[in-house]
Design a protein around this ligand. Structure first.
Ligand SMILES: C[S@@+](CC[C@H](N)C(=O)[O-])C[C@H]1O[C@@H](n2cnc3c(N)ncnc32)[C@H](O)[C@@H]1O
Length: 349
């Protein structure tokens, strides 16, 4: 089992049982957008168009009120990701303190530049932080993220947190969205990550969807596994250790190269495990399809009902190739449809 895969579903087997029985339930995780402002301008960013709109920030009190109600209903964890940079939210410190006091686990995707402002709270309350670094040097980082010399500060911020943490918590992971314009820096990034004591490097493709790499800001990603794998193997040979792992899932690159989902399943169940919450207060059970199930002021029982209905009516042929839930849906599908167990020799354990 690893932190990025979906084998961890086994910890939530009772939720799969409820899906099987057609019973409503509240998701374990919330993916939260605190605003559409970002201090970086990644050339492939799928939400760049949203960031071009007038700046919007989450309504602090409404958000805390929803988190409080959701916690009582079964919410366990919050991941700050969203349309902008979570650490640029003006009341971020206050928010993560209050969520920590509610006893909800926290994590974030961040570009890492402002992490020093919240170091102590991150050390106290966060389970993990994943830093979207995408480079191993200042020139490549400047060019990919459209910034001016942030790379060294980000690396120092991470090194500081890693040095001060106890029992290897929070987990510090570095993400590398791979494109022909930054592939040459991947090995250097792995070297930096292992040197500062990060826990892992996750190598992913740049997706060609959602207004990301389809825009004039960057060419579509043309990399295949044949291009990326040799670099991953070189980095693994030189830097991987029991304390530093390099995650690379060829199916993700394959999906982007083939421009389709490569996993079989007939129902998306992501909404039973994760809900997306936007700075506008809108909740969706699927972010690519933007399937709204209500707002943060909604009655939670009604919300659970709408998640059930929405997850039964999704047009799976329109799902983006890169959706992170394809492998999870495939896994749950094998449980929900026992006849498929034959194909997987289910009794030969
Ligand atoms: C939109 S950002 C918001 C959170 C934060 N600002 C950050 O940099 O991580 C969320 C994640 O989406 C990733 N992302 C955005 N557009 C992408 C694309 N076209 N392909 C792959 N990853 C993308 C970013 O690299 C980042 O890891």
């Amino acid at each position: 089992m690893d932190v990025l895969g979906f084998e961890k579903l086994i910890y939530h087997y009772e939720k799969i049982e409820k899906i099987k029985q057609g019973r409503p339930q509240f998701p374990v995780n919330l993916t939260v957008s605190l605003g559409n402002y970002c201090n970086h301008g990644c050339r492939w960013c799928t939400v760049y168009a949203v960031q071009e709109e007038d700046v919007r920030h989450a309504d602090f009190d409404r958000f805390i009120s929803f988190f409080t109600r959701a916690k009582q209903r079964g919410l366990k964890a919050i991941s700050y990701v969203g349309n902008g940079e979570p650490t640029a939210y003006p009341r971020f410190r206050e928010l993560i303190n209050q969520v920590g006091e509610l006893g909800i686990e926290q994590s974030m995707f961040t570009n890492g530049h402002l992490l020093d402002r919240y170091r102590d709270e991150i050390l106290q309350y966060f389970t993990f932080a994943r830093i979207s670094l995408d480079a191993g040097s200042t020139p490549v980082h400047d060019a990919m993220h459209q910034v001016n010399g942030h790379f060294d500060k980000i690396v120092n911020n991470l090194a500081d947190i890693i040095e001060r943490r106890q029992d290897k918590l929070p987990t510090i992971g570095i993400q590398y969205a791979t494109h022909q314009d930054n592939l040459s820096d991947l090995h250097r990034c792995a070297g930096v990550a292992s040197r500062i004591g990060a826990d892992y490097l996750s190598v992913k493709p740049v997706f060609n969807w959602g207004g990301g790499a389809n825009q004039a800001r960057i060419d579509p990603n043309r990399l295949s596994n044949d291009d990326i794998e040799p670099e991953v193997i070189r980095a693994r040979n030189d830097f991987e250790s029991p304390d530093f792992k390099i995650f690379y899932r060829p199916f993700q690159i394959d999906s982007v190269a083939k421009d389709r989902n490569v996993f079989e399943y007939d129902r998306c169940v992501a909404g039973f495990f994760n809900l997306n919450m936007y700075e506008t207060g809108i909740l969706t059970c699927c972010s690519p399809h933007k399937v709204e199930v209500g707002t943060i002021d909604a009655d939670l029982g009604e919300l659970e009902q709408r998640i059930m209905e929405a997850t039964s009516n999704l047009d799976l042929s329109k799902c983006p190739p890169s959706c992170r839930y394809h492998p999870m849906n495939h896994l749950v599908d094998t449980v929900l449809n026992p006849e498929r167990g034959r194909e997987f020799h289910k009794n030969f354990l």
